[in-house]
Design a protein around this ligand. Structure first.
Ligand SMILES: NC(=O)c1ccc[n+]([C@@H]2O[C@H](COP(=O)([O-])OP(=O)(O)OC[C@H]3O[C@@H](n4cnc5c(N)ncnc54)[C@H](O)[C@@H]3O)[C@@H](O)[C@H]2O)c1
Length: 255
């Protein structure tokens, strides 16, 4: 039986660990050939690639630091060479997952961190989406899926002001681009995770884990695989009528 994403090329940014790794593994399990992007750790990216290949899927790793314009351009150029050029420059699914948080009071933050933070969390999303749309529009099919955050709708906690600013930008960009591309067959959506157990926000941080029990209605942290299943749902051909949606997956925190 053929898999739903068979013969589709997917690019998942920042997929050497955490939510991105879970997304890459899930899309590959659904039949997609996956480009696993990483910034700094080829060993961890190769581990994800091996896990996918061992399960019978297709994946390859591409290093590119998306906090720089050069790195973003390098990743874009790599799409043409993906899987020995067998996709001929096509791209079917783009998941803009890579992102980082700067914790701490805004008034104490260094001004020289603004560009790096915005370049990764926002600029790379915009540049990769534009390139992806150029490839997807002629084929009349594509899925652009951005990983935003519940902090793209509310400032739930203090000390992450810059992060909130970048994720509100991702939310708005998702809505705006969905409207422009809607008639082309390319959908643009986002998944907005609540607190998910990753190295970015580990569930064994006692105080946060305790808070999550009270703040979410399901009473726990989320798992990276639970974000991956929301992304896989939006990537399906059957999800063609979902466009411009910022799907919150947060165990009921925002309710
Ligand atoms: N974990 C959470 O609770 C949570 C909640 C809401 C949103 N998110 C979002 O989910 C996404 C993934 O987060 P995570 O929890 O898996 O974090 P993580 O820190 O575990 O993983 C982040 C990934 O991004 C990659 N990355 C970091 N800097 C990069 C760069 N300069 N260039 C390319 N890749 C880079 C890392 O290599 C890593 O693979 C982020 O966009 C984050 O904002 C996470």
């Amino acid at each position: 039986m053929s898999k739903p994403l068979e013969n589709k090329l997917a690019l998942v940014t920042g997929s050497s660990r955490g939510i991105g790794a879970a997304i890459a593994i899930r899309l590959a399990a659904e039949g997609a050939s996956v480009i696993v992007n990483y910034a700094a750790s080829p060993a961890r990216a190769e581990k994800v690639v091996k896990e996918i290949r061992d399960a019978g899927g297709k994946a390859e790793a591409v290093g590119a630091d998306l906090s720089t314009i050069e790195g973003t351009n390098k990743l874009i150029a790599s799409i043409d060479q993906a899987f020995g050029g067998s996709f001929g420059g096509r791209l079917d699914i783009l998941v803009n997952n890579a992102g980082s948080v700067v914790f701490g009071p805004f008034m104490e933050g260094a001004e020289d961190s603004y560009d790096k933070h915005f370049n990764l969390n926002v600029r790379s999303v915009i540049a990769l989406s534009k390139d992806a749309a150029r490839r997807m529009i002629p084929q009349k099919w594509g899925r652009i899926i951005n990983i935003g955050s519940i902090h793209g709708e509310h400032a739930h906690v203090s000390g992450v002001t810059m992060y909130v600013a970048t994720k509100f930008a991702v939310h708005g960009f998702t809505r705006g681009l969905s409207r422009e591309l809607g008639a082309t067959g390319v959908t643009v959506n986002a998944v907005q995770p609540g607190f998910i157990d990753t190295e970015l926000s580990p569930a064994d941080d006692g105080s946060v884990a305790e808070a999550m029990k009270k703040l979410t209605s399901v009473g726990r942290f989320g798992r990276a695989e639970e974000i991956a299943s929301a992304v896989a749902f939006l990537a399906q051909p059957e999800s063609a009528f979902i466009n411009g949606e910022n799907l919150t997956v947060d165990g009921g925190w925002n309710a």
